[in-house]
Design a protein around this ligand. Structure first.
Ligand SMILES: [Zn+2]
Length: 244
C-alpha cells in the first residue's frame, strides 16, 4: 500500500486496475473501486496489510461498472456485508435492469478479446445506494461524466484536491498501461467516446479545481494536475483544451 495524498492510499500490488483506500478513521473508511476478480487475493492481502478487516470498511464507491473496477463488489458485499455505491445508470446495468451494450466490436485483436472477456464475465451486483450528479458521499462530490459507461463518475475531494477519475481520465496508455501518459477514455472500451470527451470538456469548463488525479489505470498524478491534464488534452486536440 502506498500513501498518495492523505487520506488516500493506493493498493500497489494490483496490476489490472487501481484500488484506492480513503482512510478517514473509524466509520469513514472507503474503497474506491475494488479490482478484477482475478486479483481478489491481492485485494484481500492489501486489506490485511492495512490492519483493517473488510467488515470495518464503511463502503465501496465505484467509478463505473466495468469488471476490472467492480469485479469484487458482489463478493465483498456477500462475504463482509460491504455497502456498494455506484451511479444510478451503471447500477441499473449491474443489476440487470438496464441493457448491457457489448464491447469487443472495435480495436485490435487484444482489445476485442478483452472486450469479449468483459461481455462474458461482467460485474453483477445490486448496489446499496445509487448515486446522482451533485451528491456528496464520504467527503467526495459525485460528478457524472457519462461516455466511457452510462454511469461513469468522477469523485472530487475538495479537502485535498484529489480527483478520482476511473477510466474517464487515465495516467497510462491502455490496454497494457505500461506507458505513462495522460489520456482520455479508451475508444475500444468506451460506450460512446464523443460523449466521454464532452463530459471531460463540460467538467473542465465548469471550472472545477483539482490538484491530483487518482486514475483507474496508471500511477497517481500529483501536484498541478489540472494544468497538466489540460495541456495533454490540448495536445490531442480535444475540446477541453479551450477550458480555462
Ligand atoms: Zn472501464
Amino acid at each position: 500500500m502506498q500513501a498518495v495524498v492523505r487520506p488516500f492510499h493506493r493498493f500497489s500490488t494490483l496490476f489490472v486496475s487501481n484500488v484506492y483506500l480513503l482512510d478517514g478513521g473509524r466509520g469513514d473508511r472507503w474503497l474506491i473501486d475494488c479490482g478484477h476478480w482475478t486479483e481478489r487475493y491481492q485485494l484481500l492481502a492489501e486489506l490485511r496489510r492495512t490492519g483493517l478487516r473488510p467488515s470495518e470498511l464503511t463502503g465501496l464507491l465505484l467509478t463505473h461498472r466495468h469488471s476490472d473496477h467492480a469485479g469484487n463488489a458482489a463478493f465483498l458485499k456477500r462475504e463482509f456485508g460491504l455497502k456498494v455505491y455506484a451511479h444510478r445508470a451503471d447500477a441499473e446495468v449491474m443489476a440487470g435492469s438496464a441493457k448491457r451494450v457489448p464491447l469487443g466490436t472495435r480495436g485490435s485483436l487484444l482489445e476485442r478479446t478483452l472486450g469479449h472477456v468483459e461481455n462474458r464475465w461482467p460485474a453483477r451486483v445490486t448496489v446499496d445506494g445509487a448515486l446522482e450528479e451533485g451528491q456528496q458521499i464520504a467527503g467526495l462530490e459525485v460528478h457524472h461524466v457519462p461516455g466511457h459507461t452510462e454511469g461513469s463518475v468522477f469523485y472530487r475531494h475538495p479537502a485535498t484536491g484529489c480527483l478520482l477519475t476511473g477510466d474517464t481520465l487515465l495516467t497510462a496508455r491502455p490496454p497494457l498501461t505500461i506507458i505513462k501518459d495522460i489520456v482520455p477514455p479508451y475508444d475500444a472500451y468506451s460506450l460512446d467516446l464523443a460523449r466521454a470527451h464532452q463530459s471531460l470538456e463540460r467538467f473542465h469548463r465548469a471550472g472545477w479545481s483539482y490538484e491530483h488525479v487518482l486514475a483507474g489505470h496508471g500511477k497517481p498524478l500529483t501536484n498541478d494536475a489540472r494544468r497538466r491534464v489540460l495541456d495533454a488534452l490540448s495536445r490531442l486536440g480535444l475540446p477541453a483544451s479551450t477550458a480555462a
